[in-house]
Write a protein that binds this ligand. Structure first.
Ligand SMILES: Cc1ncc(COP(=O)(O)O)c(C=O)c1O
Length: 395
């Protein structure tokens, strides 16, 4: 372990986590087991008494799931982690494991729809109040704090219009108040942005996205300090069971070997496609964090090493042209998922954000002409050509 810590991240992504079985396999073993056996009744007693380390039941822990957690800890620079069945299980477990009736959350309003449901609708049913703010406005975070505020929650870049929130500044606001900052880092990926290094207390991922990266498995993970993970989260997960299945953990573990390489290739393609969109006369606005026209370009440069693979843009021709473009693409597929090797295009107003009121959509600047692209790993020139031929059919 000490030696591995000296290695560069890419080397650790290939080797970190888990241990070889006595068979000496090259690829990490998949421990597809729900339970474990003990050498004696005394050993079972010792495991349950926590006098002896070892696995007890896969709802509490599993060697393959642990290997995935350890590799993610190395990537994120986290003391500890717990993997969950989905990204939403991670968000819900994170909130439920540390909040109680009377507490208060302040969250950025530009959140993935289900995350917004958890803080805005679900948690208040259990007596936890929530205030939504424009996450870009640091004074709004400060003004929303109450004596009982325990968690500040944000996602950056946000879904779908890629708003950037200053993680370090919001972490300072949280800490000056004795609260914790939780960051959903899905869009940036653990390769491009390190919330814990920027001052966040907890990072959450939907591993379903870039971490799997090939659209196969659902999964999630929560990373943070050992005291929170072991004293609060592990107990919550053991008793309520949002745990990641070993098979999915194995897929994710192996996918981490190529994550940095894939994310770099995603960014290359996204940068190229941004140029195509910026130059096209049918496109009104383009939002890509590392494009110099992005309203928070300087902040995106400061906290993200590259712009990631999501681009949002508005078409001058509104919803009719947005549908025509999506239908006219030959390589990019119409889907609400993201972070896949395949390029995916989404019309947020009628899919991912359709449940929001018109006022909430307007607040987030989502219009009929807004499209979001998750740029994949196809050839970059092919992707540019695909969008050019579909854009040429508009107007
Ligand atoms: C920003 C963000 N957070 C959380 C989730 C939830 O992840 P999952 O679908 O794995 O539950 C998503 C899914 O799209 C997302 O985009």
């Amino acid at each position: 372990m000490t030696e591995k810590k000296k290695w560069q991240t890419q080397t650790r992504m290939v080797h970190e986590g888990g241990m070889r079985s006595p068979f000496g396999e090259t690829a990490e073993a998949l421990y597809l087991t729900s339970g474990y056996v003990y050498d004696s009744a005394e050993q079972a007693e010792a495991r349950f008494n926590e006098e002896e380390d070892g696995f007890i039941y896969s709802r509490f822990g599993n060697p393959t799931v642990r290997a995935f957690e350890e590799r993610m800890m190395a990537l994120e620079g986290a003391e500890d982690a717990r993997a969950t069945a989905t990204g939403m299980a991670a968000v819900t477990a994170c909130m439920m494991s540390q909040l109680e009736a009377g507490d208060h959350i302040v969250a950025a309003r530009a959140l993935f729809g289900s995350c917004r449901y958890v803080v805005e609708t679900l948690m208040p049913r259990f007596g936890v109040a929530c205030t939504l703010v424009d996450g870009r406005d640091l004074e709004a975070w400060q003004a929303a704090l109450r004596p009982e505020t325990k968690i500040l929650f944000l996602e950056t870049p946000s879904n779908p219009l890629l708003e950037i929130i200053d993680i370090q500044a919001v972490a300072d606001i949280a800490h000056n108040h004795g609260a914790q900052l939780v960051v959903d880092n899905v869009f940036a990926t653990p390769v491009l942005q390190k919330p814990l290094t920027l001052g966040a207390d907890i990072t959450i991922y939907s591993a379903t996205k870039h971490i799997d990266g090939q659209g196969r498995c659902l999964g999630g993970i929560i990373l943070g300090r050992q005291d929170y993970i072991q004293d609060r989260l592990a107990v919550f997960m053991r008793q309520t069971g949002p745990s990641l299945a070993p098979f999915n953990a194995w897929v994710m573990l192996k996918a981490l070997e190529t994550l940095q390489l894939r994310v770099d290739a995603h960014c290359d393609n996204a940068e190229k496609l941004t140029q195509t969109l910026v130059a096209h006369e049918q496109v009104a606005e383009v939002y890509y964090p590392h494009d110099k026209n992005h309203p928070q370009y300087a902040l995106a440069q400061k906290q993200m090493t590259r712009g990631s693979n999501l681009i949002a843009f508005n078409l001058k021709g509104g919803k009719a042209d947005a549908f025509k473009l999506a239908n006219g693409l030959e390589i990019a597929l119409i889907s609400n998922n993201l972070g896949d090797a395949k390029t995916l295009i989404t019309h947020p107003a009628t899919t991912t954000h359709s449940k929001l009121s018109d006022a909430a959509k307007a607040e987030l600047a989502i219009t009929g002409g807004t499209l979001r692209v998750s740029v994949g790993l196809e050839d970059g020139d092919d992707l540019q050509n695909d969008f050019e031929q579909a854009l040429a059919k508009l107007g």
